[in-house]
Design a protein around this ligand. Structure first.
Ligand SMILES: *Cc1c(COP(=O)(O)O)cnc(C)c1O
Length: 363
């Protein structure tokens, strides 16, 4: 089966050499040498300061909300992976959904302001599929209303916006290093804070609020990254150029093939930002066409995925009662096609051919 993504695995001998060093030191977690090394190397690679490694991206979101003192309501996008909204609910924060722009698929800044009230404390935008949000407009709104911004940058590893890392905007950004993401540590994530004092608070939080022996100074949780995760990250980081270039080839071939198709539209990329080629979504004219395409691909053992479905205002536990028609409509008609470094050209040709056939027959 060809899946929508395939975890990039580095040279096993290299990973084993890290594992050997973990075994000989006997130190498996608690801010070990590889976690420290990965934090340092990621800061350099990404061009950021104040980066904290976390056991996964969802807890990175939750710890970021806590460290920044978010409560009440947060305005976010309905078009994202479920963790963007569920992490808010889990922290007792009500997600309020601003509809998206149908071209960029990101939160529409002009839909945010009317949703702000006295309970609003934050905006939680997502750089969906690695495509930069309208950051300047969002930051202006946040400043005018004294709100914090936490960017869910789970898809935006390595993306630059206006010449610097996209992770340097807002009060915090989070990354996910899950095995399905562009860069991974098996499971993992990170928070990048603007302000060092929030980093220090979060560092304490992820280790039970324990600053040292015989002390507990604050409420905390346990979501530290361990040494085996960090070792995977150090190996994968060495190969980022290969990963980036091979994804770029796949991405460009899809784009060239589909750009003349009626009945298929592609996400419009922010012109101020670089791309990381993390996903390849196609937006179809109808859900019916989506089902026809998915069935045709499944018959060839190719499994595309409905990212993201359903639109998050429809989650049973959110009880939003909100209507966000653009997101609801896009969520019904969008399908992500397989993209990963070693996707075979013949398989990609077959995917493109299938899309072409279905579109010309039913589109
Ligand atoms: C993957 C993802 C997350 C969650 O990250 P995990 O590391 O899987 O917990 C959060 N937000 C978005 C947009 C994601 O795609």
């Amino acid at each position: 089966m060809i899946n929508v993504t395939k975890t990039y695995l580095p040279d096993p001998e290299k990973y084993k050499s890290y594992v050997d060093r973990i075994f000989s030191s006997g130190w498996v977690t608690n801010n070990g040498q590889f976690v420290q090394e990965l934090e340092k190397r990621l800061c350099e690679y990404l061009g950021v300061e104040n980066l904290l490694l976390i056991s996964n991206g969802t807890l990175a979101l939750q710890v970021a909300y806590r460290a920044l003192g978010i409560s009440g309501e947060a305005i976010t996008t309905p078009f994202s992976f479920v963790a963007t909204a569920s992490s808010l609910v889990w922290e007792g924060i009500q997600p309020v959904f601003a509809d998206i722009n149908p071209d960029s698929l990101n939160i529409a800044p002009e839909k945010i302001e009317s949703l702000i009230n006295n309970n609003t404390s934050a905006i939680v935008p997502v750089h969906v599929f690695g495509n930069a949000c309208e950051i300047d407009a969002i930051e202006r709104i946040a400043q005018n209303h004294n709100l914090k911004t936490i960017y869910d940058a789970a898809h935006a590893f390595g993306v630059h916006y206006k010449g610097k890392s996209i992770l340097n905007y807002g009060d915090a950004s989070i990354l996910s290093f899950h095995g399905t993401k562009v860069f991974h540590t098996i499971e993992g994530g990170a928070i990048i804070f603007k302000d060092k004092k929030h980093l220090d608070a979060a560092r304490l939080m992820i280790n039970f609020g324990i600053p040292g022996y015989d002390q507990v100074s604050d409420l905390g949780i346990n979501c530290k990254m361990n040494e085996f995760q960090a070792a995977m990250g150090l190996c994968v980081l060495d190969d980022m150029e290969f990963i980036h270039n091979s994804r770029k080839n796949v991405w460009e071939k899809y784009t060239d093939s589909f750009k003349s198709f009626r009945s298929v539209s592609l996400q419009k990329q922010n012109e101020s930002s670089s791309l990381n080629y993390s996903y390849f979504p196609v937006i179809l004219d109808s859900e019916d066409l989506l089902f026809k395409l998915r069935d045709a691909l499944l018959q060839k053992d190719i499994s595309p995925r409905r990212y993201f479905f359903p639109s998050l205002e429809q989650l049973p536990y959110v009880k939003s009662g909100q209507q966000v028609p653009v997101s609801a409509s896009i969520a019904e008609r969008i399908l992500c096609l397989p993209i990963y470094p070693d996707l075979e050209p013949s398989v990609q040709d077959s995917i493109i051919e299938t899309v072409s056939k279905i579109i010309s027959t039913y589109g």
